[in-house]
Design a binder for this molecule. Structure first.
Ligand code: TYD
Ligand code: MG
Length: 448
């Protein structure tokens, strides 16, 4: 096959060069030149075709029919199932369970879709061994051990599968480029060809990508903008629970979570994940506050913990796990300014139980209450949930989905809640709960 011409394109300013160099001659940035294949044939065809402009109201807006993946937690993260023609990138550390999960999904969709599992990492013998160990509903899965993109596309054209898993993108290489498999240019070019195939043939393609130590460079991040959906595996080191999070989804809510447990028989769904993220103290302990966070469309109970201790060094430490560090520093400043409580000479450590990561502001108030509870050595009642954003003026701001959060807490036996004034539940909502609505930080802290 003839080699496509390659260019070295600056990732910062877009200038292109015939030769690689360490510094871009245009913008002066270092290490930004990346080998890129030129595709003159495609360009010419596009220029020749008449481009028809349409009116939006005359364009058919049929919801793409979705195919259930057969695994409810997976359907939830995907926003309701597999969409024909969609490309899904699934990333995560090596060994976290990507291949296992996808093999399970394939076996569950096998009776509804023509599937194909392409492995570039493991031999077919290894895949077969794993499939047997997993006790899959079906074992007659079509598999292909191949790493050449051209060969894979040829197989896709021949077999015409509707659902394909590529495991993994890092092992693929295309003849169009000379660079090594796993390099950014190979990754991009291989993915681009797979995306083209998916769109042209209405085939759902799942691309597995390892997140390497260098993360941003050789990892799947460079592919995020090319695909429709990006899922990442998260886990707590040493824990058997795995969280699959949608960080981008053209067909569903972002931040949607699926929760699984790794067992001897593969990944099992966890139907009621709220219980996982609470540490269930027998007695109330200082520094622990339960909150309801909203991950995608799902309200989830999690425990926020703080440890406040006299600092031994000149500059006290602010350490967070699962929460944002800058936010903690800001909240402590609000605590000082608007509630008159200074933790300036104290180390503050904050953590979310179970390896959960909270990115929303609803954890502000519970975090401050946990810090204060630890500082004073005074526990917060263990049937209390708290949520609310704290503003710089010391006000408690509302969060989305307040009623939903309260219902989830009530379902798990919580009897008291401290919530923002604007999230006070409507009369119509039947809640067997004592809900205190607050509008100032000072009022909220009195409730703890
Ligand atoms: P794998 O799916 O190979 O990870 P990835 O494709 O993300 O690299 O997962 C491998 C890990 O999962 C390995 O450490 C063993 C464990 N595992 C189980 O605990 N139970 C099982 O049934 C299987 C298949 C794997
Ligand atoms: Mg794997």
């Amino acid at each position: 096959m003839a080699k496509a011409r390659t260019r070295y394109v600056c990732q910062s300013c877009g200038a292109s060069f015939l030769k690689w160099s360490g510094q871009c001659g245009e913008c002066g940035e270092w290490n930004t030149l990346v080998e890129t294949a030129e595709a003159p044939a495609r360009r010419a065809a596009a220029a020749g075709a008449a481009a028809a402009v349409q009116r939006l109201d005359q364009v058919g807006a049929d919801e793409a029919p979705r195919v259930a993946s057969g695994i409810a937690e997976m359907d939830r993260v995907l926003g309701g199932g597999l969409v024909p023609g969609a490309v899904i990138l699934i990333g995560g550390d090596p060994g976290i369970g990507k291949s296992t999960l996808l093999l399970q999904v394939l076996a569950h969709t096998q009776d509804r879709l023509r599937t194909l599992y392409v492995t570039g990492e493991e031999s077919l013998g290894q895949v077969s061994l794993r499939a047997r160990r997993l006790g899959l509903p079906r074992l007659d899965l079509p598999v292909l051990a191949e790493t050449s993109v051209e060969a894979i596309l040829e197989a896709l054209g021949r077999e015409r599968p509707q659902f394909v898993v590529i495991d993994s993108i890092q092992t693929l290489h295309t003849d169009a480029l000379d660079s090594a498999p796993g390099s950014v240019s190979q990754l991009r070019e291989s993915a681009a060809r797979l995306v083209n195939h998916a769109k042209a043939k209405d085939c759902t393609i799942v691309i597995v990508g390892h997140v390497t130590k260098e993360g941003a460079i050789a990892g799947p991040r460079v592919l995020e903008h090319m695909v429709d959906t990006v899922l990442y595996f998260e886990h707590d080191i040493g824990s058997r629970f795995r969280i699959v999070r949608a960080v981008k989804n053209r067909f569903g809510a972002v931040n949607e979570l699926g929760v699984f447990a790794m067992t001897d028989g593969g990944l099992k769904e966890v139907g009621n994940p709220s219980a996982l993220f609470l540490s269930r103290h027998e007695q109330p302990v200082p520094g622990s506050v339960v909150t309801v966070t909203r991950q995608g469309t799902r309200p989830l109970l999690v425990e926020v913990q703080a440890l406040v201790d006299q600092s031994q060094i000149g500059q006290p430490r602010r350490v967070t796990l699962g929460l944002e560090g800058n936010r903690l520093a800001m909240l402590l400043a609000v605590l000082h300014r608007h509630a008159g409580i200074s933790l300036a000479d104290q180390d503050v450590f904050a953590n979310v139980v179970g390896g959960m990561r909270i990115q929303e502001t609803a954890a502000d108030l519970p975090l401050l209450m946990a810090a204060l509870s630890s500082f004073r050595g005074r526990p917060v009642a263990n049937d209390l949930v708290v949520f609310g954003e704290v503003g710089l003026a010391g006000e408690i701001r509302p969060v989305q989905g307040g009623e939903e959060r309260l219902l989830e807490a009530a379902k798990h036996g919580f009897r008291r809640a401290v919530v923002p004034e604007a999230n006070r539940p409507r009369k119509a909502v039947k809640l067997d709960m004592d809900v205190r609505a607050v509008s100032r930080l000072s009022d909220a802290l009195d409730q703890g």
